[in-house]
Design a protein around this ligand. Sequence first.
Ligand SMILES: *Cc1c(COP(=O)(O)O)cnc(C)c1O
Length: 461
Amino acid sequence: MRYLSTRGGVEPVGFATAVMMGLGTDGGLLLPETVPRVGPDTLRDWSGISFRDLAVELMTPFVADAIPRTDLVELIGRSYAIFSHQEVTPLVQVGEQRVLELFHGPTAAFKDVALQFLGNVFEYLLARHGGRLNILGATSGDTGSAAIAGVRGKERIRIFILHPAGRVSPVQERQMTTVLDANVHNIAIRGTFDDGQRIVKDLFNDLDFKQQYHLGAINSINWARILAQIVYYFYAWGRMSRGDPGFRIDFAVPTGNFGDIFAGYMAKRMGLPIDRLLIATNRNDILTRFVAGGPYAAGTVHPTLSPAMDIQIASNFERYLYFLVGQDPETVRALLSDLDRTGRMEVTAEQRAALAEDFDAAAVSDAQTLDQIRETYQRHGYLLDPHTAVGVRAARHRADMVCLATAHPAKFNDAVHRAIGIQAPLPTCLRGLLEKETRCTLLDATEEAVRDHIRATLAAR
Ligand SMILES: *Cc1c(COP(=O)(O)O)cnc(C)c1O
């Protein structure tokens, strides 16, 4: 499979180059040149198989030029053996709704599904083609721990994760700093998450530094992350349809950067019989307003009880935009330049109609989020984390929808406690964190301080 950029400035590349590139060299996002179609017979064949076997079948056409099938089987086996549920992403019945639990990985959030796979793919490609990778990222909480869990102990990879000192929850901090593998470098900066993001961006823009130190990114713009997430949409369909290709399904997806729901959209383009994809947002509702007919216009970011979704400009939306405008990079560039210049963009009436065919959207307030945690617990004895609660609330009168559960409730026990006065029991991966040994370097929130630290650390290797 060859990959192209949404902005048209990248010569077609194979899977290995696409994964190592992360963000397109032209600033766009990479997408497969053609989307493989899955016909009714194949859908039927896939409906009864395990998550792992399904992942192998589904990913093969996307990765075959870089990873032979026997190696893919091994990579996938290793990526998901670490999950605490044998089904990997089990589908559970909660009242009339179904919840697809995506939080059984090592950091108790859905990002593990993609980052466990990505970590293994990085290691595999580096071993085959030689070279090293130094991953650099900033986190406000969830992504950092999942990224660290994905690459800890891996040869040829080091990871540097910046978090704002004292501004992530104690559990989130410990999930990162208690990982003592020699290739993991936690940096607490004396500043905010925005400072961390700015420093990382500046270092990536320093092309000499980036090349000399083989810097790589691990955020949700990497195509391999989307690919891994397509699998559970097919898996949920298989569990519910029992192989009937006429069976149609709907999903409600708690949305921040649009990566998770875009994977659902890809599943639909591949032929999975999805009717509706519901974009569930918190108060940061740029996407909801856009689907409701407004302009795509960013405001300021409001902190909410579902912090992983406190995002205004959703980076993966560009991938959908590319399809919406008929796979025309020139139009994508024009719209993004409008957004850059004026803070908003507009699409045609026809494109609006197409958008409304693909997606529904609803925004959910913090009060409604707490109310939903309470209601679901009282009625069904099931605990929702605040992100999942946003999705369940958005799908409130849609009993037929499958709601994606993106985090274990114990990861956000403050909100759970506020809603119902008790806390969710900790899963094994979150137990004893506060007593464990930690390692972390405290630095000033400047580019120089972080650059010097990375230099010194890598020189000492
Ligand atoms: C990252 C995250 C989301 C948002 O996913 P996107 O792919 O960014 O839309 C939702 N819930 C949780 C718990 C997350 O960590």
